[in-house]
Design a protein around this ligand. Structure first.
Ligand code: ADP
Ligand code: MG
Length: 249
């Protein structure tokens, strides 16, 4: 993978810890993600994958350690969190679309509310994004009228509306019927091909192997093993990785 190591990472965490009460869920995560990198995060349920993603845009308050987005320390009180958050797009397992809004309204809401685009620009951008996710004919539909795969593609378009520098995906295909997984993965694969920086929590080992350049295996709040997805998926070194992969592959 071509990457310029001297560049400021898009995302970096340093000894990131997160506890809920006495439950320490993240026990010191060090991660560095450079521009254009696609990182897959795998691991058993409850290992802290979602919490890790949520700490990256402060949907969860960090207990200790640092989260840096393009060098801006999110845990520094002087940092404008809302400004930095706009650089981060997030896609959730359950889509989280606004049910009372049309597809176009879902996509244009953030840019318009934040005063980032004129109405005309936002509508243009929405139409362009709907083209990219092959839903140009659904602009005026409401979420309830869409299939799961279509909803998730709208959610991706919505997350792209603010032109984020990094996209976070939390099991984007886990809630989908099997026949709809492919259409969502195709959109993600295309994004990756266009150079988007992506962190993807996934159970799709094929996607992890073929699309991501780096794989993190998490268990019990730590990164147990990481590196080249092909190497790890083919010959995991750690016992816990071997055990997990033997159950999912
Ligand atoms: P994963 O995404 O890998 O399945 P999570 O990050 O969702 O794991 O959860 C890791 C642990 O953190 C679990 O034990 C979960 O119960 C706990 N947890 C997650 N969110 C909260 C919360 N808001 N309050 C309390 N505990 C939480
Ligand atoms: Mg999760």
């Amino acid at each position: 993978m071509s990457e310029n190591i001297s560049e400021t990472p898009v995302v970096q965490t340093v000894d990131l810890h997160k506890s809920f009460g006495s439950n320490e869920v993240l026990k010191g995560i060090d991660a560095t993600i450079h521009k254009g990198q696609v990182v897959s995060v795998i691991g058993p349920s409850g290992s802290g994958k979602s919490t890790f993603l949520r700490c990256l845009n402060l949907l969860e308050e960090v207990t200790s350690g640092k989260v840096l987005i393009e060098g801006h320390d999110l845990t520094d009180p002087g940092t404008d969190i809302n400004e930095v958050r706009q650089k981060i797009g997030m896609v959730f397992q359950h889509f989280n679309l606004f049910p009372h809004m049309t597809v176009t309204e879902n996509i244009t809401m953030a840019p318009l509310q934040l005063g980032r685009m004129s109405k005309a620009e936002a509508l243009d951008r929405a139409a362009d994004l709907l083209g990219q996710v092959h839903l140009e004919d659904k602009a005026d539909a409401r979420p309830a009228q869409l299939s799961g795969g279509q909803k998730q593609r709208v959610a991706i378009a919505r997350a792209l509306a603010m032109r984020p520098d990094v996209m976070l995906f939390d099991e984007p295909t886990s809630a989908l019927d099997p026949e709809m997984v492919g259409e969502v993965l195709d959109v993600m694969r295309k994004l990756a091909g266009e150079g988007m920086t992506m962190i993807v929590v996934t159970h799709e080992m094929g996607f992890a192997r073929e699309v991501s350049g780096h794989l993190m295996f998490m268990a019990d709040g730590v990164v147990v093993e990481e590196g080249d997805p092909r190497e790890i998926l083919t010959s995991p070194k750690e016992l816990r990785t071997q055990d997990f992969l033997s159950k999912v592959l």
